[in-house]
Ligand binder design. Sequence first.
Ligand SMILES: [Zn+2]
Length: 104
Amino acid sequence: MYCNYCGKVIQDDAAVCAYCGVRVGASVARKRLVRPRQGRKIAGVCLGFAEYFDIDVTVVRLVWLIACFMTGIGFLSYPIAWIVMPEEPLLLAEPLGAQRVTNP
Ligand SMILES: [Zn+2]
């Protein structure tokens, strides 16, 4: 694959570009349309789309809200996306309990 930043050819399974040091593996590994467990407002649908398409979650929410009030499509598509999109696996979420112990 190619590094998105410097454009050089790097290992397919590389997590960090050997030339410029930019993290490349994380975003590639997470190209699944899922509802993240952290940072969500309602069901994580907008956040999931934002991470999938690599755009600002605020933009997704704004567009979705505008679609709701202009066309009504958003009202229908949100619950549908909620049902269809799988939830992010629990293993990827940070252990909240452990964090609470270390940070009183
Ligand atoms: Zn690079």
